[in-house]
Design a protein around this ligand. Structure first.
Ligand code: GLU
Length: 277
């Protein structure tokens, strides 16, 4: 009952009703209410720890760093004040949905594309980053365009992402090998167990930053807008996130965070330059 300690009367009633009436695994609380009624507030963000530039555990600094991390910290303060704390919980593409559905995290901020299929079980904020899928190969590879991805070629991807099905749309004859994480997929590419690796250009950029000798071929072949995902039934929480995002854009904080992590020519990925949505 530790959580109930910080809740107001309305939430207490709601929590008690939920505890007695709901099935195991159902959310007993309104996240927005919990955050606004606790002091200092803690917001639990599900983030990547293996994705350079977005959410990456730095051994040197002994903390998770990246664009998603800085944006989550800024949103936390904007939403719940300067004393509020952002708590980070490691997720992967495979675990992020169950973790937010069972209430272990309040929101997913983890390079997650807004898709119609995912919208059936989650709600998404407005776009906070615009990515698109690309293909990465060693610089000396014979693969120079998507049309070189023919029969017999193996393309590495990661489980739980949009990448495997999308590469099949542009290169239907390739075989895809889905790994558990980006580090596994990249290790497989390095050791020649695959001919190419595919995921968002932004994630591949993070890998190439740390590993010279690789490049992208064939251009960007999907639109993958990233959104912050919350469980269904958390409308007030989602509104709070969207309002705070708008404020971070309006006061220049969003751009500052973007410029800290991405080169100038990545400007097109920023929601500041949003043209289509
Ligand atoms: N944006 C893609 C997706 O949401 C891949 C990124 C990821 O691995 O999180 O499936």
């Amino acid at each position: 009952m530790k959580k109930i300690k910080n809740l107001g009367m309305a939430s207490l009633l709601f929590a008690l009703m939920s505890l007695s009436g709901c099935h195991k695994g159902e959310r007993p609380e309104d996240i927005s209410e919990r955050i606004h009624e606790s002091s200092p507030a803690i917001i639990r963000w599900g983030v990547k720890v293996d994705t350079n530039l977005f959410g990456y555990y730095s051994i040197k600094n002994q903390e998770i760093e990246g664009f998603d991390i800085d944006l989550a910290k800024a949103l936390t303060k904007k939403i719940a004040g300067p004393e509020a704390e952002a708590e980070f919980v490691e997720v992967s593409a495979k675990t992020r949905v169950p973790l937010v559905k069972n209430g272990n995290i309040d929101a997913i901020m983890a390079t997650m594309t807004i898709t119609d299929k995912r919208k059936q079980i989650l709600d998404f904020s407005k776009t906070y980053f615009k990515a698109g899928q690309a293909v990465m190969v060693p610089e000396n590879s014979s693969i120079q365009s998507l049309s070189d991805l023919d029969e017999g070629k193996i393309v590495l991807t990661v489980k739980g992402t949009t990448a495997a099905s999308k590469i099949k749309e542009v290169a239907p004859r390739v075989k895809t090998l889905e790994m558990e994480s980006y580090s596994e997929a990249f290790t497989a590419l390095k050791s020649g167990q695959g001919d190419a690796m595919t995921t968002d250009n932004s994630i591949l950029l993070g890998i190439m930053t740390n590993n010279p000798g690789y490049h992208l071929v064939g251009g960007i072949y999907t639109r993958d807008p990233y959104g912050i995902a919350v469980d269904k039934g958390q409308e007030a929480w989602l509104d709070t996130i969207n309002e705070a995002l708008d404020e971070l854009v309006a006061d220049g904080s969003y751009q500052k965070i973007f410029d800290k992590w991405f080169p100038k020519d990545a400007e097109d990925s920023s929601i500041m330059t949003e043209k289509e949505e």
